[in-house]
Design a protein around this ligand. Structure first.
Ligand code: NAG
Ligand code: NAG
Length: 135
């Protein structure tokens, strides 16, 4: 029942396409984040990875919110393991008042990415705890 898809994508082989797999998990080629414009999706019928293209301009990342799956995102938007998903413009300090590092929601991927206050400023969570300011 999956044969048409398999045939259509068989030519997009990459280094680990064709490797054995089980279930319907996905991963980045060679398990390297943020590089490949393709991702590998386990074909639950053939039990081998098929290679698929990310949307133009995007690259493959391991999805920190769904272990065992990959996601496509803009380069640099890979998400931070353990920080969960996010929406909108939300941000949170890594260590409020202690350093300038914070996590900023990347709206496209719905994942937090690392961000930093301007040099010399510390991160503070704002009153509603949904954003930060630097001071
Ligand atoms: C596999 O597919 C099922 C049904 O679509 C889904 O519930 C499950 O989360 C998927 N597993 C992975 C690892 O993607
Ligand atoms: C906190 O920051 C978020 C994101 O910028 C913003 O939407 C929200 O209105 C801010 N809350 C307050 C109380 O300023």
């Amino acid at each position: 029942m999956f044969a048409p898809t398999v045939l259509a994508l068989a030519s997009l082989a990459s280094i680990v396409a064709g490797d054995q797999c089980s279930g319907n998990g996905s991963k980045c080629p060679n398990n390297v984040d943020g590089v490949s414009p393709t991702y590998l999706q386990c074909n639950s019928w053939t039990h081998k990875y098929d290679s698929f293209n990310c949307p133009a301009g995007q690259v493959c990342f391991a999805n920190p919110n769904r272990p065992g799956t990959a996601m496509c995102g803009l380069p640099g938007s890979g998400g931070i393991p353990g920080q969960g998903s996010c929406t909108g413009n939300t941000a949170k300090c890594v260590s409020a008042g202690q350093s300038g590092n914070y996590y900023q929601c990347n709206q496209w991927s719905g994942q937090y990415v690392n961000a930093q206050c301007p040099a010399g400023l510390k991160c503070h969570n704002n009153a509603s705890n949904t954003g930060v300011y630097c001071q």
